[in-house]
Design a protein around this ligand. Structure first.
Ligand code: PA5
Length: 424
C-alpha cells in the first residue's frame, strides 16, 4: 500500500483550497484515467496487462532463465528510459540469486567504458541492447564495442547466442538481429522510453537480476486500479499532481525528492528523468532533484532550511522494516558521549532523523510524503506505476505534453554535426 500525505504542506496550500482545486480539475483526472486519444501512441503503459500480462511475464521468465544459465553477468546497454527503471529497481531491491547487472550505453567516457569492459573479464556475459530508435549515440556506440568484445572472446557464433536486443519492430536494430541471429525482443510500440517500467524493456533485465517480476507487476496492477478508479479527492496520485501544480503557481519551481534509505539512490534518478523529461518544456515545469539523507543533511540540508525559497520537498519513506533492516547498537563501557543510543535500533534512529528533518523543513517549506509499507518487489511496482500516473496528470495540469521530449534534440544536432554523422 502507498500513502500520500500533504499535511506538512498545509501552511502553504490550505486543505480547503486543495479540495476545491481537485473538484475544479476533475475532468483532467477523468481524461487521464480513460487515456486521451491525442496521446494514444504513448499510453500503452496505462494498462499494465497490455505489456505485462501473464503471457508476457511467462515468456520473459523463460528467456531470463535461459540467460541466467548462460551468464553470471548481464550487460544492459541503454540510456534514459531504456536504463533507469532497471537500475532503480535492482539497486532498491538488491535481489539475490540472479545475474549481476552491468550498465553500458549511458556514457561516452573512455575511462568508464574501459573499466566496464575490464569488469567483464572472468565472467560469463550476455548483453542486451535496449533502444527504441537505435539512433541514440551512447547505446549505439556501446553496443558496437560490446559486440566486438564478445566476438573476440567467444567467436561470432557463440557471441550471437549471447546477444539480445530489445528494439522496435521493423527498425534497423531488428534487421541487424535477423541478419546476425541475435535474440530479438520487441519494444512496446505505444510506450515511450521513460514509461516502459512495466514492459519487457525492463521486465527482462529485472528477471535476469532475480527480481520477482510477478510481484512487481501485481503491485503495479493494483495501483493501476486505484489510480484509474478513484475520484479526484480520493485519488492520491492526482492529489500529488494537484499539489505540485498549486505549488508551481506560487513560485515553488524545484522539487527535492528526499529519502533516508540509500537504496533509493537510483530510484531518485528514475524520478528525475520521469518528471524532467515529461514536464520541462514550453518554458514550464518543476525542476526535480534529489537528496540522499543523512549524507546530504550535511550539505544540501543547509540550503533547504535556510536558502532561497524556491524548493518544496517530497519525502519518500518506507513504513515497516524488512529483512535486514534491523541493527541494534550495543552499549559500551567506553564513555563516548553516545550513551543515549544504547540498545537502539538503527532503523528507529534513522526514522527519528527523518521525522525531525521533515518537521524542521516543514517550518519553512512545503513538505509532502510518499510512503510505502515495505521496500519489496510488490511495492516497487506500486511506486513505478503511481509516479508515472502522477507525472502524466501533473503534465496535463501544467498544460504540457508529458510524452514528448523535443528539448533533447538541440544538442544532438550539434553533436552529430561535430562527429560527421551523415557525412560518411
Ligand atoms: O524517455 C525517453 O523517451 C528517453 O529518455 C529515451 O528512453 C532515451 O532517449 C533513449 O532512447 P532510445 O531507447 O531510443 O535509445
Amino acid at each position: 500500500m502507498l500513502r500520500f500525505d500533504a499535511t506538512y504542506a498545509e501552511r502553504f496550500i490550505p486543505a480547503d483550497e486543495l479540495e476545491a482545486y481537485l473538484d475544479e480539475r476533475a475532468e483532467v483526472l477523468m481524461r487521464c484515467q480513460a487515456g486521451e486519444e491525442r496521446y494514444a501512441d504513448s499510453l500503452g503503459w496505462l494498462s499494465v496487462d497490455a505489456w505485462a500480462g501473464e503471457e508476457t511475464v511467462e515468456r520473459t521468465c523463460a528467456l531470463a532463465e535461459r540467460i541466467r544459465a548462460q551468464a553470471d553477468t548481464f550487460v544492459l546497454i541503454g540510456v534514459g528510459g531504456s536504463n533507469n527503471t532497471t537500475r532503480a529497481t535492482v539497486a532498491a531491491l538488491a535481489p539475490e540469486g540472479g545475474a549481476r547487472i552491468v550498465y553500458a550505453g549511458n556514457t561516452l567516457s573512455a575511462w568508464e567504458l574501459r573499466r566496464m569492459l575490464e569488469d567483464l573479464d572472468g565472467h560469463d556475459v550476455v548483453i542486451d541492447c535496449v533502444a527504441k530508435n537505435f539512433e541514440t549515440l551512447e547505446p549505439g556506440s556501446s553496443f558496437r564495442l560490446l559486440r566486438q568484445y564478445l566476438v573476440e572472446r567467444y567467436g561470432r557464433e557463440e557471441a550471437a547466442r549471447r546477444i539480445v536486443c530489445t528494439g522496435t519492430i521493423g527498425s534497423p536494430l531488428e534487421d541487424l538481429c535477423r541478419a546476425e541471429g541475435y535474440t530479438f525482443v520487441p519494444f512496446a510500440t505505444d510506450v515511450g522510453g521513460r514509461f516502459t517500467a512495466l514492459t519487457e524493456v525492463h521486465l527482462l533485465p529485472l528477471a535476469v537480476a532475480g527480481v520477482d517480476i510477478r510481484a512487481l507487476v501485481a503491485g503495479a496492477r493494483e495501483t493501476e486500479h486505484s489510480c484509474r478508479t478513484a475520484g479526484p479527492t480520493q485519488n492520491d496520485a492526482f492529489r500529488y499532481a494537484a499539489v505540485r501544480k498549486l505549488l508551481w503557481d506560487r513560485g515553488y519551481q524545484v522539487e527535492l525528492l528526499g529519502f533516508f534509505e540509500p537504496r533509493f539512490r537510483w530510484f531518485s534518478k528514475w524520478f528525475e528523468q520521469l518528471f524532467a523529461e515529461s514536464e520541462g518544456k514550453d518554458g514550464r515545469g518543476i525542476f526535480p532533484v534529489a537528496a540522499e539523507y543523512c549524507e546530504e543533511l550535511h550539505s544540501l540540508g543547509q540550503y533547504v532550511q535556510d536558502g532561497t525559497r524556491q524548493l518544496f520537498e517530497t519525502f519518500l519513506d518506507v513504513r515497516e522494516p524488512g529483512p535486514g533492516d534491523s541493527l541494534v547498537l550495543g552499549g559500551t563501557d567506553v564513555e563516548d558521549g553516545f550513551g543515549y543510543l544504547d540498545g537502539k535500533d538503527f532503523w528507529d534512529i534513522n526514522k527519528a532523523s527523518f521525522e525531525a528533518t521533515r518537521a524542521a523543513h516543514a517550518e519553512v517549506l512545503p513538505c509532502l510524503t510518499v510512503e510505502i509499507d515495505q521496500l519489496d518487489d510488490h511495492h516497487l511496482g506500486t511506486l513505478l506505476y503511481w509516479f508515472a500516473f502522477a507525472c502524466m496528470a501533473s503534465g496535463e495540469l501544467l498544460g504540457v505534453n508529458p510524452f514528448d521530449q523535443p528539448g533533447v534534440e538541440a544538442y544532438k544536432m550539434l553533436m552529430f554535426r561535430a562527429l560527421g554523422k551523415g557525412v560518411g
